[in-house]
Ligand binder design. Structure first.
Ligand SMILES: N[C@@H](CCC(=O)N[C@@H](CS)C(=O)NCC(=O)O)C(=O)O
Length: 223
């Protein structure tokens, strides 16, 4: 379900580069992941003997290996704009949205979700204060997107880019795409769905996201 992993899968599929997928089990898989990659997060790209953690590094590797079809604009200025969106998504919306998910997992009736919430809550320093702060940060990002997207099809220039791919992937932390676009098992879907994203004022942001999935994801996702 990781939106960072979705970001990497999407880029591979968009570029038409084949890959094999190995699932990571939260908690149980961490020791093995650390041994194999020297760090404790997914996604990680393994090519021959080279280990590349971090979705941005993976997208950069892909861009070098297969520049076409392009996921980056031609000009340095527009590439910098793509970076701005990627940083906002990878380091603000993603991590802050994850805090909101953890709050829901920790208070869930489902023992498996609660257990996952406890492991992740410690790893990512969940606290009620962090959750309060996360709500404010997520609302600010949604407000930026709502205004920025008004009257536009894409975040940077007039073509689909990594900015759109990353933003569309990351919005799943507060409201996953509908099941016909991205299959989410019901208990996880409830944890990933935040009331902030249900507000009518933000509906255009999610309508844009769903449209980006329909036009550029290449078919329904079943992680
Ligand atoms: N900067 C990293 C962030 C990756 C990240 O946050 N991964 C989370 C996804 S929720 C993860 O590995 N979670 C499982 C865990 O920490 O055990 C990237 O871009 O790949």
């Amino acid at each position: 379900m990781s939106p960072w992993s979705e970001r990497a899968r999407w880029a591979f599929e968009f570029k038409g580069v084949a890959y094999d997928k190995q699932d990571y089990q939260i908690g149980a898989g961490e020791e093995e992941l650390k041994k194999l990659t020297g760090q404790a997060q997914v996604p990680v790209l393994l090519v021959n003997d080279t280990v590349t953690p971090d979705s941005t590094a993976i997208l950069n590797w892909l861009e070098e290996q297969k520049p076409q079809p392009a996921l980056l604009p031609a000009s340095d200025k527009e590439r910098a704009e793509v970076m701005l969106w990627e940083e906002l998504m990878d380091w603000v919306l993603g991590p802050q949205g994850r805090v909101l998910i953890l709050g829901k997992f920790l208070s869930s009736d489902d023992p498996q979700l609660r257990q996952g919430g406890q492991f992740m809550g410690q790893k990512y320093q969940y606290s009620p204060y962090a959750e309060k702060h996360a709500k404010v940060a997520v609302e600010r990002v949604l407000t930026i997107l709502k205004h920025f997207l008004a009257g536009r099809d894409y975040l940077v220039g007039t073509n689909f880019s990594r900015a759109d791919l990353t933003t569309a992937s990351m919005l799943a932390v507060i409201n996953p795409p509908p099941d016909d676009l991205f299959f989410f098992p019901a208990p996880a879907r409830a944890g990933f769905t935040d009331p902030l994203a249900q507000r009518p004022e933000f509906a255009p942001v999610f309508a844009w996201r769903d449209q980006i999935y329909r036009k550029h994801r290449g078919g329904p996702v079943k992680p």
